[in-house]
Design a protein around this ligand. Structure first.
Ligand code: ATP
Ligand code: MG
Length: 463
């Protein structure tokens, strides 16, 4: 390694030479750190919180690293639960806030390779599976262990230098083994160690590089960037449930549009949503990519305004192109039918589970939302108004607006539904009775395509 600080002593930045103030640290995280210190343990704030504090941002969560064993931590805090199977972590609960306390680790093993719920409670009272590898002295502290380690071992398992900083509660200094402070200042994501090796160890780091670059507006350093395109396919081997968690972080953290652009640029998106990527590449569905981008921009905006966002809507915009294509292939030659849309949704969802899993609690409402799209075409008769009562109306209507924005639905239709919602019941009834000559039948779903085509191709709008 040619990094001058690598494997040496840390660069210690004293309190007066950095901008991290305790006033910006969660009081609960401070409580945990002070109690560890009082009990004679080391306590460091680590990872994203240190990075964000140096950037002047408000961290979303506070992680603590310590030389105390998970069992020690549990004895120090009444409100503590141990989670995780291979690597046990202590979660200290303060109402809604959880401070995650991790014992220093020596092994460069993939982080979070199991879901947190997996090991919760069930294992809280059983010994860790690797206890045979541990050598402990009679006070229960580690002497030698190939799993737990010291702070200067712990740092090498972290992903990016900017995420590898330690804020020491002892004297409020920042310990930097990996050039992390310089990277934060230069707004740069650089993997610790050999990039290809680190991606092979855990391909999710490719997604993390993109996520932080998008969220923090950081660049990805050349050597860290270089292998991504080449190794993007390694994502195919990552458990779909873990990719679901990562997808939520990528798209629902306020920088979803930027994250999408980077995922696409690095050839990662096609490994997460292969059917969508394939449909975007075909002219008749290319406009659905613009829908996705606009939808992500709206979502980013909502997050900035502290409004709620839902994975249901997210997956609808992520899968729509694939659903349309599937539907068109299924109904070729036959008359349009909403059941084709239903079958297409199911087929796409089913295949998608192999890459990024979509739990039923989001997949089912997503399907309902998409199934409402053809129903918006019906504007005659009292029955047309029933859609307003549907639990998925709001999301489906937002989706209709998005379709109208890219020219895939009639803007007049979208306006009509906007207008209807402003009216009292009596007025609504008058409106749906006053549309003579309009087709009453829910003629169902024909292919969605831009009404005003900008790139040519056959337009067969749903209406
Ligand atoms: P944020 O919480 O803002 O999304 P973060 O950097 O805190 O970002 P977390 O997922 O909370 O990210 O992880 C905390 C820290 O754990 C990271 O900063 C990093 O040091 C380490 N880490 C997390 N995931 C990995 C991984 N896959 N490989 C190596 N280290 C990781
Ligand atoms: Mg974090």
């Amino acid at each position: 390694m040619n990094d001058p600080v690598a494997h040496g002593a840390p660069l210690i930045i004293p309190r007066n030479d950095h901008t991290i103030s305790r006033a910006k640290i969660s009081p609960n995280a401070l409580k945990v750190l002070y109690r560890l210190k009082e009990a004679g343990f080391q306590g460091f704030l680590v990872g994203g919180a240190v990075r964000d504090l140096l950037l002047g941002l408000t961290p979303k969560d506070f992680d603590v690293a310590t030389d105390a064993l998970p069992e020690d931590v549990r004895h120090l805090f009444r409100n503590c639960r141990l989670i995780g199977r291979r690597f046990r972590l202590a979660h200290v609960h303060f109402g809604q806030e959880i401070i995650e306390v991790a014992t220093f680790r020596a092994a460069a093993a993939p982080e979070r390779e199991e879901s947190e719920e997996e090991g919760e409670d069930a294992l809280a009272d059983s010994p860790p599976q690797d206890s045979e590898h541990r050598a402990v002295n009679d006070r229960g502290r580690i002497l030698r262990d190939n799993m737990y380690g010291t702070v200067d071992e712990d740092v090498w398992r972290r992903d990016f230098a900017a995420n590898g900083l330690y804020y020491n509660i002892e004297d409020f200094s920042v310990w930097d083994y990996v050039g992390g402070v310089a990277d934060v200042r230069a707004r740069r994501m650089k993997l610790i160690g050999d990039p290809e090796e680190r991606y092979r160890e855990d391909p999710v780091r490719m997604l993390r590089a993109v996520r932080f670059a998008a969220k923090l507006d950081f660049s990805i350093e050349a050597a860290t960037e270089e292998p991504i395109r080449r190794l993007a396919h390694l994502l195919d081997g990552v458990p779909a449930a873990r990719l679901f968690e990562e997808a939520l972080k990528l798209f629902l953290s306020g920088s979803g549009a930027a994250a999408y652009r980077l995922l696409k640029e690095y050839g990662l998106f096609e490994h997460l949503f292969p059917a969508t990527a394939a449909a975007f590449a075909l002219e008749p569905y290319a406009y659905a990519e613009e829908m996705l981008l606009r939808g992500l921009e709206n979502t980013d905006e909502r997050i900035r305004e502290d409004k709620p966002v839902t994975p249901t809507f997210l997956f609808a915009i992520l899968l729509w192109a694939a659903v349309l294509r599937e539907m068109n292939e299924r109904q070729a030659g036959s008359s349009p039918d909403t059941s084709v849309l239903l079958d297409a949704c199911d087929a796409v969802l089913k295949r998608q589970q192999a890459r990024v899993s979509i739990p039923r609690r989001f997949g089912i409402p997503m399907r309902e939302m998409l199934m409402l799209q053809p129903r918006f075409n019906r504007r005659t008769g009292a029955k047309a108004l029933a859609i307003l009562q549907h639990p998925r109306f709001r999301a489906a209507y937002d989706f209709l607006l998005l379709r109208a924005q890219v020219g895939a639905a009639d803007p007049e239709l979208a306006q009509w539904w906007t207008h209807v919602q402003t009216l009292p019941h009596e007025e609504r009834l008058k409106l749906v009775q006053a549309r003579p000559g309009e087709s009453v039948g829910d003629s169902g779903a024909r292919a969605d395509a831009p009404r005003r085509r900008r790139r040519g191709g056959a337009a067969t709008p749903i209406e």
